[in-house]
Every structure is written in C-alpha cells, then in structure tokens.
Design a protein around this ligand. Structure first.
Ligand code: ATP
Length: 697
C-alpha cells in the first residue's frame, strides 16, 4: 500500500488528523477560525512545493540515466531499448507548472494521501503523491458516506494557474458528502473552454470511475447523451489500463479510433497530460491505410458498407481454389520426382479444412508439397536435402504452376478489383450489383482509384489473406456511425484484446448508423459487451438540453434523455425577417459572444461555411478551422458535418433548416450541432425552425 505521512506543516511538524477545515472561504455557517485555514493552506502549498522539487529530482535522475545509458548498456540493441525506455521516462516525468501535481487528499486512519496525476516519491522512495490510478486512489472517486472505504476526510483542492488557492473537505466520517454540489467540481465544469480537450482526472464522477476502472478483459459499450463524458471516460480508461498492465499493453498497444482528424487533434493532449505518450490515435480511414482517390455514389457506398460484402469477398476468394487434376513432375538433376493428383487433392482439402487465412493456407500447401518431394529425395538418395534445396523446390516451375492452378496467389486489391469489375451473383440484388460495378474498370489493379469504402473492403480482403495483429485494447469513439464493414476492420485489430465502445445512438448521422448497440457490437466481434448508460451531462446547460431533447422523439432511437448538471447558460433564438440578413445577424451574434470569455463557434450547413468565413475575414474577425487546435483565434467556423465530439463555450448555429435539409439524417445532425454549447447557444434562423424543435417541451 502506498502511504505518505500527513503533509509537514510550515513548522516542519506533521499535521495531526481531524482538524482539517472546510474551505479557504468558509462555507456559510462555518465557524472555523480563519488562521486555521491559512495554516492548513500553507502546509498544503508547502507539500506541493516539496512534491514539485521531488519530481524535478526524479526527472533529473532519469535524464542522468538517459545520458549515461549507452555507456552502461552491453550491446547496441540493449542501448537502444534502454535509451527508448529512459526517453519515455523523462517525458513522463515532465512537470507542467500550470497543472496541479495533486488535486485531492484522503485522510485514512492516521495518514494523509495526496492524489495526483502521477506518483511522486521523495529521495527515500516514500510516496509524496499517489497516482490517481493506484488502487488506494480509487477511494478518492468512490468513497461515500454510505461506503466510506476507511476514508475519514476527502479533500479537493482548487487551483488557479497551478497555484493552490483553496480546498474543500468532506468529512465522510461525520456524514458530510457534497457529491455534485462540490464548488470545486462546479467551477471545473463551468471553466471556459480554450484550445484542446482537458483531462478530468480531478473530478471523475463515481459512475464514470466505474467504467474507467473496469477490468482489462471487460469490453464495454457506453451509451451516453451528449456531454456525459464518454470521450473523457474512454481516454482515462486507456490511461488507467496502461498503468495497470504497463508491460503487456506496451507490447500489444492501445488504439483510440475517432471520427475525423479534427476530433483527434482536439483530444490529442489528454493522454500526454496524464503521462501517457504512446497511445496510437487514428480515424477508420487512417487505420485501413492509404488515401482514397475516388468517391462513391450514396447508393454504392451503402452497398459497400453492408455486411454482406464480407461474404461476397469471402466467396470470391475461396472459389478460386480448384481441385488438382494433374500430377506434379519435377526434374532434379538426374532424378525425377512425381506427386500424383490424388495426394495433391488431399493436401488442398486438408489445408482448406484447417480454416486458416487464405495466404497462410497457401503457404502450408506449398510446404506440404515440398515435404513430399523431400521424402522422395531422402528415400532415393539416403540424404536429407539442405535449406537451399527446399527453397529451390518451393519455387520450382511445376510446384508454382500447381499452386497457381489450385490455390492461386491473390492480393487484397486484386480481389476487390475483381468484385467491383464484375460483382458476383447470389448475395446482392441486381440493382446493388449495378450500384457497385465499376463504370470503367481500370487497365491494371495498380492504376485503380479506390474510394474510402473500397479501402475498407481491401482491408477486409487483407484480413481473409493474413491475420491482422491485434491491439491489447481499442477505444472506439462515436461508434454509432460505424458501418458494419468499418466495425469489422476494428474487430480484426482487437480480436485478442478488449474494446471500449463509446457513442450515442441519437447522434448517428451515417446512412448505416446503428439503431441498437447489439448489432454494432456483433460486428465489432464483442457481442457480449455490456451496454452501460451515462446520463449526467457536464457540458450542455439545462436550457439547451431541453431544446435539443425535443428532437429525440423524432430520431427513432430508444435512448435515455440527458440530465444536465449545469444550471447556468443561455439560450437565444434569433429569428431574422429577411433571409438576406441571416449572415449579418450571425456576425452580430459572434461579436456579442466575443464580449464573453471562452471559445466561439459558428456552426452551419457545409455549403454556407466558406461564405461565412469570408464575412468574418471582411469584418476583421480572426477565425480558425476545427482541426487547428493550436490557433490563437477565439472564433472557429465549423461545418455541421465536422462538429461531432467537439465543444465550444458559445455556439452560434446558422439556419437549422439548412442543416436538416442537407442530408437524410439531418435531424440527428441538428441534435449533434445543438449540443456543442458549453455556456451559450444562439440559433439564428430566417426559415421556420424544424418542426420537432417547436414542439412543446
Ligand atoms: N467528471 C467530470 N468532471 C468535469 N468535467 C467533465 C466530467 N465529465 C465530463 N466532463 C466534461 O464535459 C465535457 C463533455 O465531455 P465529453 O466530450 O467526454 O462528452 P461526450 O459524452 O463524449 O460528448 P459527445 O457525445 O458530445 O461527444 C468535456 O468538456 C469534459 O471535460
């Protein structure tokens, strides 16, 4: 168990337990004398300074080891391994002076434990700060009056720019519990958003913590309304699993899959802030490699993303096998070897029955044929042929010809090109086959231009040929939009690991969006994953949630409504009489928003985005695009189709009717758009608001 003594007081003595006071600014009715609070605060600041100094020494030692590493390592490989390990360690021990090193304290029996982002130990190896992921830290998130877990007092610290400015105590042993009424939690939730997503490690809520700390072997699916912390939970779960199963997961890897690059840049700072610098992030398109060079018609995309395409490819591949009809005859110096058609048939049949990937099966058939030749050679010559002979036989003309006839070589691109040139009958209707058939087949497979959906098919084909290596854990965000074929691409990469699926059926905007989780979980290869709801919203103010929830009955999915923790926030509907004034009104709203603190987003139908950017430039208002998270500009113009997963303090929605009309699942898109606001939402519209929005609450 990790323990630290109570923090030394300014006079160097250890603080006795039980006299911790409430807040620096005492709560109403609190009669704790102010000097007590000051002393306590001074002691905590002292502990913070000492912890920072200890961390600096830990980093110094790691740097020293890093620089001497190649001199002590025995060989180049060990030096390289050690060097990489130490470089990672140095990076992990980086101290960011603007983020608190600890954010909480637990008083258990006679000892105090500070809980923070990582372990910090003093020179004697005694813990000064416990990593939030350590077993003991769990009580910081879970202890309650009903189940105090041995905790007498839980303390939360308030910080301003890395300076410890306040604390708040819950004396669980005296029946005091603040829950979501904690001022420090409220301040954290209401803090204006600037730049990329932040970690929530100081304020993870019990229902979130349960998901974060689920076993590595557990695959879970989190269904949560907008802003309930799904993304945050997924990222903290990745960090938690890496802490608990460091070696195993470093070897197999952890992967985060997100909907687009803007989203991935938005979340990219969270794991490094938690000391985890080696997690891969990718969109599904990036996962399947290469850049698409063609686009599909909606009808073709629909068919190509349908799960029947897996069967189409499977059949197209395996029907390439042919029964051997001729013997193999090989000249080998003065010898001649012969294998009859019958044993060849047996070899092919057996390999087929073994259920191996196609490429592996082909290698096995080749090896067995060479094995038969080897036996004949041994029998006739009395010698065992060497490696060179075996290699020569495996490439010799008659063996290659036999393989090409009975188990031909094929590349994933070739297989997909064959299917798209002449879609096979049987599994698809004639109309569907017409939809995916290439109007003009390319001259060669190499010159073929593949669409994003084709690349997923190629990935499927590659999975039929060879086994994909599996990550130890995969977190899939916005999973409601995965097509069955995309889900299968992820399944191949998590076959031997577990997954965390995050999503909201109500936010499904893809034509193949899931209507229930069981189907998607099946395609992801984890049908047994439990579906767990999150319902407490941390982003969207109650008034905005109430407006967005009006859309829910029209979205055709059965999900629990969000309940907002936020009582603050404004909602303004701005009707515009003349459509020609719409853009100008939008600009007026942006200017008004800039008077407040925090980020501002203009969200519009994709077609209006360029025009709005132009207006902002003309008006001299600096603005950025969604994937430029490092931009200094406070205003971002985001097309409605790119805004999933993002959030801004003030959102100005430009003409909801256009957003709805732009795509078949436009109402779902509008639901996503309306739920991006953290503090204020303005809806500017010249057309009537879409029907469901005007329904009485
Ligand atoms: N326990 C918490 N303490 C403080 N802030 C939190 C907590 N949980 C979530 N948040 C904040 O709420 C906001 C929404 O979280 P997040 O983006 O993870 O939600 P989501 O469920 O993924 O939303 P969406 O469905 O819109 O993608 C973020 O700013 C996040 O930091």
């Amino acid at each position: 168990m990790h323990r630290s003594g109570r923090p030394p007081r300014a006079d160097g003595r250890r603080e006795p337990p039980g006299n911790a006071s409430r807040r620096v600014t005492p709560a109403r009715g609190c009669t704790v004398p102010a000097f007590d609070l000051d002393t306590e605060l001074t002691a905590e600041r002292h502990h913070l300074a000492e912890s920072r100094a200890a961390l600096a020494r830990m980093r110094g030692r790691a740097e020293e080891l890093f620089s001497t590493g190649d001199r002590v390592a025995g060989d180049a490989y060990t030096a390289e391994q050690l060097g990489r390990h130490m470089a990672r360690r140095v990076k992990e021990l980086a101290d960011d002076p603007t983020t608190p090193l600890f954010f909480g304290r637990l008083d258990i029996e006679e000892a105090a434990f500070h809980v923070g982002r990582r372990h910090v130990t003093d020179d004697a190896g005694e813990p000064m700060v416990l990593d939030w992921r350590a077993p003991l830290s769990r009580s910081f998130y879970r202890a309650s009056v009903r189940d105090p877990q041995g905790v007498a007092t839980r303390r939360r610290f308030g910080f301003v720019k890395g300076e410890l400015t306040s604390f708040e105590d819950e004396h669980l042993d005296r029946g005091e519990e603040l829950g979501t009424k904690s001022r420090i939690l409220t301040a954290e939730i209401e803090r204006p958003r600037v730049g990329p997503m932040r970690d929530i490690v100081a304020t993870i809520q019990p229902e979130q913590d349960e998901l974060v700390r689920a076993e590595l072997t557990d695959s879970i699916c989190v269904q949560g309304a907008p802003g309930t912390g799904k993304t945050a939970v997924g990222l903290h779960r990745a960090a938690y699993l890496l802490y608990l199963h460091r070696e195993r997961l470093r070897r197999s890897g952890v992967l985060i899959v997100g909907p687009n690059t803007a989203f991935l840049s938005y979340i990219s700072a969270v794991l490094p802030a938690l000391g985890e610098v080696e997690v891969q992030q990718a969109t599904v398109d990036e996962l399947v490699g290469r850049t698409a060079r063609a686009t599909d018609s909606p009808a073709a995309a629909l068919v190509k993303n349908d799960v029947r395409m897996a069967e189409v490819l499977h059949k197209a591949l395996w029907r390439k096998l042919a029964k051997p009809t001729d013997p193999i005859m090989v000249s080998d110096g003065s010898y001649r070897w012969r294998i009859d058609a019958e044993p060849l048939r047996r070899i092919v049949d057996e390999a087929r029955r073994e259920g191996l990937p196609y490429g592996v099966g082909r290698d096995r058939v080749r090896a067995r044929v060479v094995g038969l030749l080897q036996r004949q050679s041994e029998y006739r010559t009395g010698n065992s042929p060497g490696e060179g002979w075996l290699r020569r036989m495996s490439k010799i003309g008659p063996v290659v010809e036999f393989l090409e006839a009975s188990w031909p070589a094929v590349t994933p691109e070739q297989l997909v090109a064959e299917v798209l040139t002449d879609p096979p009958e049987g599994l698809l209707t004639d109309e569907e086959r017409d939809a995916i058939r290439w109007a003009k087949p390319p001259k060669t497979v190499k010159s073929a231009k593949f669409s994003p959906a084709d690349l997923v098919l190629i990935d499927e084909a590659a999975g039929l040929l060879e086994r994909e290596t599996s990550f130890g854990h995969v977190v899939v965000d916005e999973a409601q939009d995965l097509s069955p074929m995309q889900a299968r691409a992820i399944a191949r990469r998590s076959e031997h690991g577990s997954i965390t699926v995050l999503g909201d059926l109500a936010q499904g905007t893809a034509p193949w969006a899931a209507a229930e989780w069981q189907v998607t979980l099946g395609h992801l290869g984890k049908p047994e994953a439990a579906v767990v709801p999150l319902t407490v919203g941390f982003r969207v103010p109650a008034s905005v949630v109430e407006l967005a929830n009006r859309l829910l009955p029209a979205l055709g999915v059965d999900v629990p409504e969000a309940v907002s923790l936020r009582r603050d926030g404004d909602l303004v509907l701005v009707p515009v009489a003349e459509p020609s004034d719409l853009d100008a009104e939008t600009l007026t709203e942006v200017t008004a928003a800039l008077a407040h603190e925090g980020s501002v987003a203009v969200i519009a139908a994709d077609a209006a985005v360029d025009r709005l950017r132009q207006h902002l430039t003309t008006a001299g208002i600096e603005h950025a695009t969604a994937d430029d998270v490092d931009s200094e500009a406070r205003v971002t113009v985001v097309p409605a189709t790119m805004v999933k997963g993002l959030e801004y303090d003030h959102v100005v929605v430009h003409e909801p009717a256009d957003i709805v009309a732009a795509e078949p699942r436009g109402l779902n898109r509008l639901y996503v758009v309306l739920t991006r606001a953290v503090s204020r939402l303005s809806v500017v519209h010249a057309q009537p608001l879409p029907g469901p929005l005007t329904a009485a609450a």
